[in-house]
Design a protein around this ligand. Structure first.
Ligand code: HEM
Length: 129
């Protein structure tokens, strides 16, 4: 059974996903290295936290909270208002990598998640450079 556990379950279900998302946005708010990424976001991050939490629950194999609220994610289209190039993608990945590390997420799981995030983050780019 355990070898069939979803990443959602391995992360500890909703509390684990929420903790990862909260750490990700706390770091984005605090770390100068992510200032460019932070500047793309609204003044308050509460809405962003909820949306990423709802999205990741489904994306990781748990409940489809995001789709229930907003329908098809159309993630790339929803990112088109923000200029995302390599620098923005790399800051997003560095911020998420730090959140996974500081959250003590087990190495094999963290590595798999980083790979999956990298694919999505690459796909989110909408301008050169
Ligand atoms: C590649 C670099 C990325 C940048 C610069 C970026 C930036 C942003 C920004 C500025 C917003 C708007 C926040 C708000 O409305 O509160 C947003 C929304 C969102 N992002 Fe990203 N993002 C990136 C990658 C990703 C990835 C890899 C994922 C998922 C794995 C993701 C998931 C989401 C979701 C679910 C939303 C909410 C969409 C909505 O309902 O409006 N983003 N992102």
């Amino acid at each position: 059974m355990s070898d069939q556990a979803t990443p959602f379950e391995l992360l500890g279900g909703e509390p684990g996903v929420r903790a990862l998302v909260d750490r990700f946005y706390d770091l984005m708010d605090l770390e100068p290295a992510y200032a460019g990424l932070r500047a793309l976001h609204p003044a308050t991050l509460e809405g962003s936290r909820d949306k990423l939490f709802w999205y990741l629950c489904g994306w990781l194999g748990g409940p489809n909270h995001y789709i229930e609220r907003f329908g098809h994610p159309m993630l790339r289209a929803r990112h088109l208002p923000y200029a995302i190039g390599n620098a923005e993608r790399d800051q997003w990945m560095a911020c998420m990598t730090q959140a996974l590390r500081e959250g003590g997420v087990e190495d094999t799981l963290a590595q798999g998640l980083r790979q999956a995030f990298q694919g999505t983050a690459d796909w989110m780019r909408n301008r050169a450079g």
